[in-house]
Design a binder for this molecule. Structure first.
Ligand code: UDP
Length: 405
């Protein structure tokens, strides 16, 4: 099939770890690669955020990345992109109407991409599949006044859910959120993200570590909702272990990053500064080395639409202690592949970590089960197969000609 992906702020070619570059970028890159490997023709449309970007470039994995002119050709925070979505959709419409490459289906990632895809799809008759990656209702609940999303986000997300041809949710928690938002269950299919089982595997090089000191690894964009503060507080209850934090700005810029400074100050207050190390952003291809160096991965977000890092660790044979939120409740099986604890609870997290690090037999059991679960249930090839079925179903529905002369 000819498949268009829209990922307005999250380019599959971006460097990860920064404030707006994380799981969605990985998801779009890996899914597109898996679809190409399955024989499909995939183009990813993302906003042009630098003047020197070519209009189109072929990624090494065989999909094409198209840089859409919409707003200034410079980085713009994703919460400020809404005014540029009209320009984005007009550009798509112009390309697809009468162009030599017209998609059979468009899969939109994030709500703003959905708005652009729906407008262009309506003009050109291309069916639209929507994946939210994150929901405004959840963000508002957890971040309150600190939520900088446009005011109409939640309304748009509801309207999109009722207007697109199919909603693809990533986990059961998201299905519940969407139903409460007013999106009918019958419009949804659940297809979880996958994990690259070649990049993330138990055998392979690992970064150096101190063999005598258990290593707790935590990975993510350095933003408050990822719960790094909880992890640092919990370290006070795990006396002999070191905590390595991967993500955020590149190492050279950590000194000036306000949140990194706050985390360092907190580590000082908790008396664990000598056991907490921030390493900054790590290139995607090097992430496996970091997971393989760890005894346990901690994922302690307040909320998590899906959460790729627990799955990546599991695929490397590393057990996970995670908060019982969002997608982590599906990927981590409590007491089998890891332990689940309540969010924002340093005591519960510290107890779980101390218990697991003190029990090598249980850790080995979790590691084995985690690896098996990642391999059996979360390959990108499986996700691509399931999505191809969805794409074929929506493309087969005869829709009234919506082409406007
Ligand atoms: N990641 C990375 N380098 C970093 C930090 C993170 O490559 O320095 C990757 C990580 O391996 C994962 C993604 O960024 O693939 C983060 O995805 P997740 O779903 O955990 O969180 P999100 O960023 O979507 O909130």
């Amino acid at each position: 099939m000819r498949i268009a992906m829209i990922s307005e702020h999250a380019s599959p070619l971006a460097v990860l770890g920064g404030e707006d570059a994380g799981g969605q970028n990985t998801h779009v890159a890996e899914l597109s690669a898996a679809l190409v490997a399955a024989g499909h023709d995939v183009r990813v449309y993302t906003r042009r955020d630098a003047v020197d970007l070519p209009v189109a470039v072929r990624a090494p994995d065989g999909y094409e990345v198209v840089h859409v002119p919409a707003g200034p050709a410079e980085p713009v925070a994703k919460d400020a992109l809404l005014p540029h979505m009209k320009e984005f959709s007009h550009w798509l419409t112009g390309r697809w109407r009468g162009g030599d490459w017209v998609p059979e289906v468009v899969h939109a990632h994030f709500w703003m991409s959905g708005l652009a895809a729906l407008a262009a799809g309506r003009q050109t008759g291309v069916p639209v599949v929507q994946t939210y990656h994150a929901l405004g209702t959840v963000k508002r609940r957890h971040q309150g006044v600190q939520d900088t999303s446009p005011a109409r986000r939640i309304g748009y997300e509801r309207e999109l859910g009722c207007a697109v041809d199919r909603v693809v949710a990533q986990c059961s928690d998201e299905v519940g959120e969407l139903v409460r938002l007013g999106v009918p269950r019958s419009r949804m299919t659940v297809v979880p993200s996958g994990v690259n089982l070649d990049t993330f595997a138990p055998l392979g090089p690992a970064v150096d570590r101190d063999a005598d000191r258990p290593r707790v690894l935590t990975v993510g964009r350095l933003v408050e909702r990822k719960g790094f503060q909880t992890v640092i507080r919990a370290m006070a209850l795990v006396p002999d272990a070191e905590c390595v934090v991967v993500g955020g700005p590149p190492a050279g810029l950590l000194e000036t990053d306000p949140y990194a400074r706050r985390l360092r100050a907190l580590a000082g207050t908790c008396g664990v500064a000598d056991r907490v190390r921030l390493v900054g952003a790590v290139p995607r291809e090097e992430m496996g080395r970091w997971y393989r160096s760890a005894d346990v991965l901690v994922a302690a977000p307040w909320y998590e639409p899906f959460g790729l890092t627990p799955l990546e660790a599991m695929a490397c044979g590393v057990p996970v202690v995670g908060t019982a939120v969002g997608g982590i409740r599906d990927t981590v099986v409590d007491g089998v592949t890891g332990d689940l604890v309540p969010a924002r609870d340093p005591q519960a997290l510290g107890d779980a970590l101390a218990g697991l690090l003190g029990d090598p037999a249980r850790r080995y059991g979790y590691a084995t089960a985690a690896l098996q679960r990642a391999r059996r249930s979360y390959s990108w090839a499986t996700a691509a197969d399931r999505l191809t079925e969805v794409y074929a179903e929506v493309a087969a529905v005869r829709r009234p000609s919506r082409v406007v002369a």
